[in-house]
Design a protein around this ligand. Structure first.
Ligand SMILES: [Zn+2]
Length: 404
């Protein structure tokens, strides 16, 4: 028996705790308080409570309707400096042959690779996924951030959108680079504003070519607060200190969202897929206001079912009201271990399906021993078929102009 099989076998007969990626917990004696008060001390990072609730657990192995995952990252720009992608060279995170069997099993008809790069990088990304499997993979292009400080950038970027469109790009992806990393001298100097007019021709080019803009602006509200004992995402920020946008010269979360809103208002003919539930899943009332104000806005779910699922009644109302403008997305990244809520694989999709299709209660939003985006669990919203169909594929198919 190999070590792994032996472990599995021991687990199956209840002789060993289920496999965990965290270190084994310290023995109980080490948890005892040195003062002998009888109270034990336990490091937060070692606390992995198991729910004692006896509630239905539904396994949703396949989505009820075919899925378009509008938010995946199958390639990334190989080089980045201070959060800004530099150069055209791309890294490919998985081959189509490893993705397709999982897609078939989970009923995913199309994956949209948002980070398709620009120039030669975009050509390579199209060749890798979309060209051999045009019915299964679509590609978005990205702005040439490193040229944003050069004269004539506005026209160059608009022309590049047209060129990317000819090369097969179906939309434009804007990372949170804009607003949080891109600076006047690309990697140095003051931050460039999201509504800087040098990008106007880029937004307009997307509108006239019918290319939607998938935009990520700002980040969770907690990332703009001190990483302290009051921060609900303390562990996540403690694990990734570079994700904190508290202090320094960063704008506030609301300043970033308002700058984004000015772009939406100024370019009404361009469709914006505002990722991560409108970039403010913690505040659905605000996202609703934006949806009411901007008819050129839709939202996507990627990496935010942890937020939606902890406010199931509010979420359910949001899905009812905006059922024609919500797109299924996961923010899936093949491989890696850093962000369990995003690792492409069967488990990830099963959690999304369970959230959307069932009324199961208090389950994990990510395949991880400790909830990685905050210590809470989620509740399914049990959408009816008519809304499920729209969210799983119809809304995305309309915006991307594809037939399933
Ligand atoms: Zn993403």
């Amino acid at each position: 028996m190999t070590r792994w099989n032996r472990r599995r076998w021991l687990e199956s007969v209840g002789l060993l705790a289920a496999a965990s990626t965290l270190p084994a917990p310290k023995s109980i004696t080490q948890l005892k308080s040195p003062e002998g008060s009888g109270k034990m001390k336990l490091d937060l990072s070692e606390f992995q409570p198991k729910s004692m609730l006896h509630v239905p657990e539904t396994k949703v192995a396949r989505s009820k309707f075919p899925v378009i995952d509008i938010h995946t990252h199958l390639s990334i720009t190989a080089k980045s400096t201070n959060g800004v992608g530099i150069g055209e060279k791309m890294d490919f995170l998985a081959a189509p042959e490893t993705l397709l069997p999982v897609m078939d099993k989970k009923n995913i008809h199309i994956m949209v690779n948002l980070t398709g790069g620009s120039g030669a990088g975009l050509n390579a990304a199209v060749e890798e996924f979309q060209q051999p499997h045009p019915d299964r993979f679509l590609t978005f292009t990205e702005p040439w951030w490193e040229r944003t400080n050069q004269p004539g950038y506005s026209k160059f970027q608009a022309d590049e959108i047209a060129r990317a469109h000819k090369a097969g790009a179906r939309g434009l992806k804007v990372l949170k680079t804009l607003g949080l990393y891109l600076r006047e001298n690309v990697t140095e100097g003051p931050l460039v504003k999201i509504d800087d007019p040098r990008f106007d021709s880029m937004w307009d080019a997307c509108g006239s070519l019918g290319m939607p803009v998938a935009i990520h602006v700002s980040d969770p509200e907690a990332f703009f607060l001190p990483t302290d004992r009051f921060n609900e995402r303390f562990e996540e920020l403690n694990n990734h200190p570079d994700w904190s946008f508290h202090g320094h010269d960063f704008p506030s979360n609301s300043e970033l969202l308002e700058a984004r809103n000015r772009v939406l208002a100024k370019h009404p003919k361009t469709h914006f897929i505002v990722l991560h539930v409108g970039n403010d899943a913690e505040n659905l009332a605000y996202v609703s206001e934006c949806m009411d104000r901007y008819s050129n806005m839709s939202v996507e779910l990627g990496a935010r079912i942890g937020e939606l699922g902890r406010q199931p009644r509010m979420s359910r109302k949001f899905f009812d009201k905006y059922q024609d403008r919500i797109l299924f997305g996961t923010d899936a990244v093949p491989n890696g271990t850093d962000t369990p809520q995003q690792i492409f694989g069967e488990e990830l999709y099963e959690i999304y399906y369970r959230f959307l299709e069932t009324e199961d209660e208090y389950f994990d939003y990510a395949p991880a021993p400790v909830p990685p985006q905050g210590r809470w669990r989620i509740y399914g919203i049990g959408l009816p078929d008519s809304i499920l169909k729209k969210v799983y594929n119809e809304n995305a198919a309309r915006i991307l102009k594809v037939k399933l």
